[in-house]
Design a protein around this ligand. Structure first.
Ligand code: HEM
Length: 81
């Protein structure tokens, strides 16, 4: 048995994490549909739970390309302005 956000999850139940919804939680990402790359600036992420934004998954089998892709995306962002 597992307790998640006040819900009791019985043993054996399959849980799907809907990242589209997770990444649009306005409590974590205010005005979630606004394009705002500064959300990911270090000063805006240091208080955010590490699993609040998980496009690369999380845990022991998460994406090994994450740091490479994050660096690529930052370079793309900086060169487009
Ligand atoms: C925007 C780009 C990418 C996204 C969104 C992405 C996302 C993901 C996700 C969601 C997983 C599944 C993790 C899990 O099962 O919990 C994964 C696994 C993996 N990714 Fe990526 N990925 C990206 C780019 C890359 C790149 C560039 C590489 C290699 C250079 C890479 C290598 C891998 C590998 C090897 C796994 C399997 C890890 C394992 O099962 O232990 N990915 N990725």
């Amino acid at each position: 048995m597992l307790l998640v956000a006040g819900y009791t999850i019985p043993k054996g139940v399959t849980i799907a994490v809907v990242t589209t919804a997770l990444h649009r939680d306005p409590d974590v990402f205010p005005d979630p549909d606004k394009f705002d790359p500064t959300r990911f600036a270090p000063e805006n992420t240091h208080n955010r739970h590490p699993y609040a934004y998980v496009p690369f998954s999380a845990g022991p089998r998460n994406c090994i390309g994450e740091s490479l892709k994050r660096r690529n995306m930052q370079e793309d962002f900086h060169t487009s302005f």
